[in-house]
Design a binder for this molecule. Structure first.
Ligand SMILES: [Zn+2]
Length: 65
């Protein structure tokens, strides 16, 4: 398992306490770290995760092209 350390305090990384900001709208949202790590080429700095709304819009844009 992985955990964070903040001033000596251990913060466990769980399925429900990892957040990111959407690269499109800037909204903070929860991510499933298991999904990201399970993607094969996990890059915790370079991975952008769109929020639900933006990923839906993105899918629409792609499918209407
Ligand atoms: Zn968004």
């Amino acid at each position: 398992m992985f955990y964070l350390k903040h001033k000596g305090t251990r913060l466990e990384i769980g399925e429900d306490n990892v957040y990111t900001t959407c690269p499109k709208c800037g909204k903070e949202h929860k991510v499933d770290i298991c999904d990201i790590l399970g993607g094969g080429d996990a890059d915790l700095y370079g991975t952008n995760v769109y929020c639900h709304e933006c990923s839906v819009k993105r899918d629409d844009e792609v499918s209407t092209r």
